[in-house]
Design a binder for this molecule. Sequence first.
Ligand SMILES: *Cc1c(COP(=O)(O)O)cnc(C)c1O
Length: 423
Amino acid sequence: MNLSERDKLYNWHPYTQHKTAGGFPAIVKGKDALLWDENGKEYIDAIASWWVNPFGHSNKIIADAIYEQLTTLEHVLFGGFTHDKAVLLAEKLLSILPENQKKLFFSDNGSTAVEVALKGALQYNYNKGIKKTKIIAFEDAFHGDTFGAMASSGISFFTEAFKGSLLEVVRIPVPTQGNEEKSLQALKDLVVTNEYAAFIFEPLVQGAAGMVMYSPEVLDKLIAICNQNNVFTIADEVMTGFGKTGKTFATDYLANKPDMMCLSKALTGGTIPMAITTFSQEIFHGFYNDDVNKALFHGHTFTANPTGCAAALASINLLQTDEMQNNILRINTQHLAFEQKIKSHPKVKITRVLGVIFALEIKTENKESYYGSMRNKLYNFFIENGIILRPVGNIIYILPPYIINNSQLEKVYATIEKALEIV
Ligand SMILES: *Cc1c(COP(=O)(O)O)cnc(C)c1O
């Protein structure tokens, strides 16, 4: 039996109905934008392995930083101790985050970063004896798969089975072009009730919804409404962070900064699972008290793992190089050129580009479901052609590692054009 067959015997994969799924390719090697399976087949990783990998697979600089850390101090508990990499990473991040972000709380993944932000908002009010127990989120949001994150997410089939067990979250329309007023009004109607602790959102781009985009201007207005009504704002930058939108953070496009931010995915350059929730001084202050019960009682065994911190430091240094910034611009220029070429294709309904993100919606008779037949047909076509893309319903998107080269990118575009002929 090969790896793929042995895997099928034992491993339970994410978001997978194993009865109908085939065997999965077993990847044995990665370099830059390329991956190879056990049969030697080559793939272009056009979604940066779920948006985590800006600098390419098996990046030598990050690998060296990890190796050095592993052979100096691989891990130490963060309860009662600190270490140089956590301090250096905090200093580095605070120098690139919006200025109002002052404190970092480490955890392990995007979902836990969201949990920590939600707890921050809810307990802040609890500590002050204020009854604000509900959360506001966008329709079609995705914030992760733990319970608080799930409650905040609006993609129903991900959360349907757990509906009765979730935190109370009320949804407002996404302020896409033409829906701005509806969204603003819905938020205004909610905040006046004084029942909401926080508004959580994916800034400018809703990733899992299919790279749905909306403007910084309207998000600035939404944040202003929250500020005026003492509702905390949480920017979930788990997907958008570290250059994806063309700026370091999507919130860099805003005049009004969020109270909290969630970071993960590209934080360590796609190497080691790690996440950080960042807070304004005001929120930290709501926990700062002689009473121990007012502390944030949240933690994970591997909180601020030194190896993860070393990987994150190396990654952020890479992101700041001229080479990487030029790569982001280059990809954006290529995307815009492809958009011009493809947007009047008879099967294309609409296209979107921001930073390194390109999305295209295919015209359909009915609303295509997330994991529906069109999606499966497209997915399989791309895999057969050696391109890793994971369409969402009728939406094809590209979010490549920044080091993808022009000929690889051209191959991705050409394969998308061919895919339009088979649907
Ligand atoms: C992926 C994602 C999450 C969840 O992160 P995990 O590491 O998968 O738990 C949360 N928010 C956004 C915006 C994401 O894209």
